[in-house]
Design a protein around this ligand. Structure first.
Ligand SMILES: [Zn+2]
Length: 63
C-alpha cells in the first residue's frame, strides 16, 4: 500500500482523521491505526497506541 495514512486520504475522513485517542486520550491527534479488541470490535487509535497492549485496547473499548 504505502502512504495509506497521508495526504488526500485524510481529507475524506471525518475531522480529517483527527480526534481523541480512546487509549491515551490525546486530543487532536490523528487516529490512523485500527486495533481490534478481543471481542472483535474495531477501535481507531493513534500512532503511539498502535503498539499498545491488548489489555489497554480492551480497557479503552469498555469505557
Ligand atoms: Zn493513543
Amino acid at each position: 500500500m504505502g502512504k495509506a495514512n497521508r495526504g488526500k486520504y485524510l481529507r475524506r475522513l471525518p475531522n480529517r482523521g483527527r480526534g481523541t485517542c480512546p487509549v491515551c486520550h490525546a486530543t487532536g491527534i490523528k487516529l490512523l491505526y485500527t486495533q481490534h479488541t478481543s471481542d472483535g470490535k474495531e477501535l481507531k487509535v493513534c500512532k503511539r497506541c498502535s503498539k499498545a497492549s491488548q489489555e489497554r485496547i480492551d480497557q479503552a473499548a469498555s469505557q
